[in-house]
Ligand binder design. Structure first.
Ligand code: PQ2
Ligand code: NAD
Length: 203
């Protein structure tokens, strides 16, 4: 399996199931501005609260293949093995589907993610050990502290400026490499000074 970043803004996502795992997937997607619909026989309180906060649609029914035809991404999160399998089989091969109790029946899996602004670290064992994934996520969370958020803003800003400078490709690359020096991450004064000096280079 290959990891890809995916833009879900405005995409139709259907989560079948209204339990703990359905809620966890919805929380993961909460920042993505997808259009989320839950279909389940019963919804736990957490799902109802999430739906009110984010405007998700809740449909109380047993899910059928017909409910899923226009979904971009389907997350099959019922606790009914046969239902998850039958619904997965009914989908078009062009649709994305995550089967939470049998990864190999789907074509996408959720990694654990650590986000620090523009930096996103994704961890996956492809279903071999979600417990290890979780443990590694905790380790990375403490290794990558909040300083990375402003450092990534700094790198993005410098890259934008450097791209537009009247320099050779080699000089631009050299400047971009210098920004990876640790002193910039630890020290916001250094960041400001670097941006000031870049902005002074006359175009
Ligand atoms: C990373 C994370 C993200 C998320 O959920 O968004 C995630 N699982 C997490 C936690 C977790 N998962 C499980 C437990 C119970 C303890 C245990 O059994 O170990 C716990 C811990 C808990 O729940 O506390 C059990 C489990 N997981 C899967 C199966 C079915 C199977 O084996 O195929 C079963 C057995 C079910 C059963 O039979 O009971 C399948 C998948 N779980 C995945 C993702 C995908 C592969 C990830 C990978 O391997 O790296 C994949 C393939 C599909 C998918 O769901 O996308 C999230 C960490 C959240 C965080 O801490 O940030
Ligand atoms: N992927 C993961 O990370 C992970 C982790 C732990 C467990 N699981 C597996 O995920 C599944 C769901 O776990 P849970 O804790 O969320 O279960 P849960 O019991 O909390 O919720 C199950 C939900 O499925 C709904 N449902 C059942 N049959 C349905 C149908 N035919 N149509 C529509 N809705 C239906 C129920 O109404 C309920 O809302 C289980 O099979 C569990 O083994 C996955």
């Amino acid at each position: 399996m290959q990891s890809l970043m995916i833009e879900l803004t405005g995409k139709k996502v259907i989560i079948v199931g209204g339990g703990r795992i359905a809620a966890r997937k919805a929380k993961t997607l909460a920042k993505e501005k997808a259009s989320i619909t839950f279909i389940a026989l019963h919804f736990r309180e957490e799902v109802k609260v999430l739906s009110e906060q984010h405007g998700y649609e809740l449909i109380v029914k047993e899910a059928t293949p017909n409910d899923l035809v226009d979904a971009f991404l389907v997350i099959l999160a019922t606790n009914d093995r046969e239902a998850n399998q039958a619904l997965a089989e009914s989908l078009s091969s062009n649709q994305l589907v995550c089967v939470v109790d049998r990864a190999e029946e789907g074509n996408v899996q959720f990694p654990a993610t650590v986000r620090r602004g523009h930096l996103q670290l994704a961890i996956s064992t492809g279903g071999a050990s979600p417990k290890l994934t979780r443990k590694l996520k905790k380790e990375l969370e403490s290794q990558f502290d909040e300083s990375w958020t402003s450092y990534l803003d700094f790198l993005a800003k410098c890259r934008e400026i450097i791209k537009n400078l009247p320099l050779s490709e080699q000089e631009k690359n050299d400047r971009l490499c210098l920004l990876l020096d640790e002193r910039y991450r630890f020290n916001e004064e250094e960041q400001k000074m670097e941006i000031n000096s870049l902005e002074k280079i006359i175009i």
